[in-house]
Structures are given as C-alpha cells and as structure tokens.
Design a protein around this ligand. Sequence first.
Ligand code: PMP
Length: 332
Amino acid sequence: MQIREDLGHLIGNTPLIYLRQVSEATGCRILGKAEFMNPGQSVKDRPALHMVLEAEKRGDLKLGGLIVEGTAGNTGIPDTQAQEKKDMLHLCGAELIEVPALPYKDPNSYQHVARRLANSLRQSEPNGILFADQWNNLDNRKAHYLTTGPEIWVDTNGNIDGFICSVGTGGTIAGVSSFLREVKSDIVIGCADPQGAAMCEYFSHGEAKSSTGSSIAEGIGLGRETAIISDIKVDQPMTIPDSEALPYIFDLAANEGMIVGGSSAINIAGAVRLARELGPGHTIVTILCDYGTRYQSKLFNRSFLEGKKLPIPNWLKKEVGSHSDLFVENKT
Ligand code: PMP
C-alpha cells in the first residue's frame, strides 16, 4: 500500500472502465475514464490543482491566499445548479456567492462578477489572490495535456482510435486531443455538444452559433470561442439531445452499477455515435466526468424528469412502497 502525502497527490491516475452494454451494442470497445474517482469526485480536480500550483510557482498565490472563481461546474457554482454541489462547496469552507444565471454577454454574468470581485479584493489580500478564470487560463488545458491525455495513451497501450467528450471550458477536449494527436496523428476526435451550446457549429463551420433547445446537463455547454479551444481540430462534432443521452446513464446504473452525471450521459451518447461512425472493432475513449449522486434531485428524480418531458427509466417509475405486497403475510 502506498502512503500519499496529501489529498492533492490522489488526483489523477484514474482507471479506464470498459462500458459493457454500449460496447456490445456497437461492436467497439468503449472505455470511460473514471474521473469521478478523483478525490473531489470530478474531472475538475486536475485543472484546479494545476492552476493553483502554477499560481504558486509564479508567486501570485501564497499560503493563506484567496482563490476567486466563477463557475457553473464542479469548481464552484451559481444559482441554477444542483443543491448537492453547493452543499459540498460549503463543506470545503468556500464562501459561495450565488448569482442569477445570465448569458456571458451580460455584464452580470457570473464570470464577469467573479473577475470584478477578484479585482476589488486584490489590494487587501496580503497572501495574494488567484482569479482562477478557467475559461481563459491555459493552465486548465495544460493539466489535461500533461495528465489525462498521457494516462489514456498508456492505459490503452496506444490502442485507441477515437476520443470524444463535451465542452465546459474545453480544457479536457483541448488538452487531451492535443496530446493524443502528437502521439497518434490519425486519431479521430469528437465533440459531444449538449443542445443549446455552440461547439458543434463552431467546430463544424468556425462560427460559435448556439443550437436550438437546452440541456439539463450541468457544467457543459460553451457558447463562444475562447483561447483554450481556438486552435484545436475536431473531426466529428455533434449535438446530442438529453432524450438520447439520459437512457445510457439510466442503463449504466441499472446494469453496470455506475451512477454518473448528465455530462457523462452526453459523452457516452457521443461515444456510441462515434463508434457507429467508425464501425466495429475500434477503441473509443470518453470521460465519465462526475458521479450522478451530485444531481440526484434532478437526474434521478421522476417528477423533475416528467416536468422536462425527458425519458424516465422503468426502475424510477416504481412507487416507493410498491413492494408492500411482500408484507401481506405480516398482516395476518
Ligand atoms: N462535466 C462536468 C460535470 C463539469 O463540471 C465540467 C466542467 N465544467 C465538464 C464536464 C467539462 O469539462 P471542461 O471544462 O474541461 O470542458
């Protein structure tokens, strides 16, 4: 058994998991990188650590300093996000400022509020302040270039034909794809975009135009070009509706015992489409970004899904207490 120095040393080196049902259905080997096994239980541990370490190296942040971030994902969260994630941030000692969910072009969008807050506090923090700014901070992308990409390459022994994931900041897709292209120039890179995001159009035609509709998947769905994604090439961009994606994670929960979140659903659906595109016999890797328990009140909530007219798995349709027939004998 290894003894790790601290929690930060547990970040990364997550395993690839063979996704049985979708692999069997497509004749491809579809592997999910189990990012929910990071200590913070999401793919965002990697950029969070790397952004802090680099800020310390530069001397911007010292012990006891302050980190400010605006995010809808797993790095911190504004007000439309699942309560489970907010509770977790409070437990970690973060001060959470919840703001209305506004589009990026609005000056009160959470990213602009965070930047203004960081600037206003800069003078008063003796130990420095890091505005993590994951959308524009290239250390985010670099974390995946240095760790996620190489881990996938080593763990597949180089037997990989395609990689696909969705875009929140784009750190994952940009970092992983730029590493994999260096070691395997003919790898096929896919982008699985939720409805309402602009990456499918951007990677297809160079213009960040949002698709119609919306998605309940949290932490993904970029609507504009940023420095992180501006120089990457995506071979297979696609928009995936929630109605197509969610059944994959419901099946995964019921048959393979894995409870993953909405962005993983979009990713798995993308991997299936890519598998069908490439044909049987290929290996495709995607990202299992976080646990579904974080979204239990939405993703695995029958009335929430009903309200959104989304598919509901049979096992969630069962009424609580529907096994009361088992207790009939006790009544006599
Ligand atoms: N899934 C979830 C649940 C996330 O929180 C995020 C990050 N916002 C992503 C996927 C996307 O990761 P990235 O920012 O690297 O594009």
